[in-house]
Design a protein around this ligand. Structure first.
Ligand SMILES: C[S@@+](CC[C@H](N)C(=O)[O-])C[C@H]1O[C@@H](n2cnc3c(N)ncnc32)[C@H](O)[C@@H]1O
Length: 294
């Protein structure tokens, strides 16, 4: 440490009380549908204490007041950023990508446009994996007609996603040929990093979207990925979300959820296809449907 380095004083934060936990729990639920059940006190305390220290407050009471008084909503978004888990990886739950390649994308091959919604996309690995799968299924000629809308509630993860730059270990398990086709290696101090090629990044639009607020899109999607986010919501919130995702799917369209997010008993209109893959109606129904809306 250099002699001039400033040592920040350690800030004592008073422990989270039951009342404070309840206030934060209600706020996260009402605004974001986030289900912070009892038993999550420690998680909330650990994650928010870090924020409280950064802001140089000394208690959850002061922090809660700061969040409530910030009319821009930025403090609330930062709080939700700290509370949600953004864990993700390339080709997470790989059987989904196998099915996407072997069955779903082939149904759409004759379309002028292939629109895909990747909801709760976190730092982007999932949306890029969808793009890589489309490139594996076809080739780079697919790019002009491929449009992936990747959304998340957290502006922090969206910024990482948009940059499309990841440390080398994130690509463990990639075939050298895939690395060559899809990635550019950094140089100098970036030599242990890779950036997704520009033309692939160009097929993806990253946007902020809260799944628990009304959303609308110009046209329904043939494919929606909404994985590993419903686990944070309680059953009524999940039910509402599933209904709205159903409305955003075109007939014969596919919904991919997380492996631990079964929809059984949630929507009789969705046909179970295979683990965590559902279809609006009959699988295969999109085959041969050509059109700009796609
Ligand atoms: C565990 S990650 C899942 C990432 C990716 N879908 C996957 O399966 O690998 C959950 C993501 O959901 C986002 N999230 C949580 N609540 C949300 C909400 N109400 N609306 C939109 N995104 C939300 C979080 O910011 C986080 O990035």
């Amino acid at each position: 440490m250099s002699p001039s380095a400033v040592i920040e004083p350690f800030i004592e934060v008073t422990p989270l009380t039951a009342l404070e936990f309840d206030q934060i729990r209600k706020l996260a639920y009402e605004r974001f549908g986030l289900d912070l059940r009892h038993g999550k006190e420690q998680l909330v305390s650990a994650r928010l204490t870090k924020k409280i220290r950064e802001l140089k407050f000394h208690s959850f009471r002061e922090y809660y007041r700061h969040v409530m008084e910030d009319t821009s909503g930025a403090a609330l978004v930062a709080m939700i950023d700290a509370l949600t888990t953004n864990h993700t990886s390339f080709f997470r739950e790989p059987a989904h990508f196998d099915f996407l390649k072997a069955a779903v994308l082939l149904e759409l091959r004759d379309r002028e446009r292939i629109n895909i919604w990747c909801a709760a996309s976190s730092t982007g690995e999932e949306a890029y994996s969808i793009a890589f799968t489309a490139l594996d299924a076809f080739d780079f000629s697919i790019l002009p007609k491929l449009r992936i809308i990747a959304t998340d509630i957290s502006t922090r993860v969206l910024a990482t996603a948009e940059a499309g730059t990841y440390p080398a270990e994130k690509f463990d398990g990639f075939h050298p040929e895939q690395m060559r086709r899809y990635l550019l290696r950094g140089t100098g101090e970036w030599q242990d990093w890779y950036r997704i090629k520009k033309e692939i990044r160009g097929a993806i639009e990253f946007r902020r979207l809260n799944l628990n607020q009304p959303f609308s899109f110009a046209a329904p999607f043939p494919i929606i990925f909404c994985r590993n986010v419903m686990i944070y919501f309680d059953r009524p919130t999940r039910q509402t979300l599933v209904n709205r995702l159903f409305d955003c799917l075109e007939p014969g369209g596919y919904l991919f959820t997380g492996y631990s997010e079964t929809l059984s008993g949630m929507d009789q209109r969705l046909t179970y296809v295979r683990p965590a893959i559902y279809c609006k109606g009959k699988p295969g129904a999109m085959r041969g449907r050509v059109g700009k809306k796609g």
